[in-house]
Design a protein around this ligand. Structure first.
Ligand code: K1U
Ligand code: ZN
Length: 167
């Protein structure tokens, strides 16, 4: 297993649109295991392949306190969105920034699992928010894009300065 480097906003690679996974093979299963390890170590409750500079449609999430409900979604598709909820979000690619985003309260997703089988999942609350946030990553969208232009500019400035100082 391996810990992977997480891209930080405003890295333009975070705006890459990921391509579908053609075949679920051992390479994909190894990448999923490395992504889970990276997410738990961060620590985070989700991670999209885009964030570790792999532009394929795969994400991992685990919102459980005991870190024992890992979900791996390959080629996820949102079939249904219902209701609206405002929640504070964070992002491992935008460290130290938390803000409120409005998303669907309930979603139904179809995806492929690590055995290559299709499944459907109904999610609400934090799980629904987290899955929508991760699918946005696969579409090249970072949660700060839901915030005002002024907030985005401030976040960009702060993280660019931090990255320069870390060099
Ligand atoms: O995609 C990511 O960058 C991961 C992100 C997922 C997320 C969190 C909150 C709302 C929407 C999506 C994170 O995991 S940020 C870190 C975080 O929320 C957390 C970390 C440790 C314990 C509990 C939560
Ligand atoms: Zn994120």
């Amino acid at each position: 297993m391996a810990l992977l480097k997480i891209l930080h906003y405003p890295d333009p690679l975070l705006h890459t649109v990921a391509k579908p996974v053609a075949e679920v093979n051992d390479e994909i299963r190894q990448l999923a295991a490395d992504m889970a390890e990276t997410m738990y170590a961060a620590p985070g409750i989700g991670l999209a392949a885009t964030q570790i500079n792999r532009h394929i449609r795969m994400l991992v999430v685990d919102i459980s306190d005991d870190k024992n409900r890992l979900l791996t979604l390959i080629n996820p598709q949102i079939l249904l969105k219902e209701g609206e909820a405002v929640r504070e979000e964070g992002c491992l690619s935008v460290p130290g920034v938390y803000d409120k985003v409005t998303r669907a309260e309930h979603i139904r997703v179809r995806a492929t699992n690590l055995a290559g089988e299709s499944f459907e999942l109904d999610a609400q609350g934090l799980l629904a928010v987290c899955i929508q946030h991760e699918i946005d990553h696969l579409d090249g969208k970072v949660f700060v894009e839901y915030l005002s232009r002024l907030k985005q500019a401030r976040i960009k400035h702060k993280l660019t300065k931090q990255a320069r100082e870390a060099m």
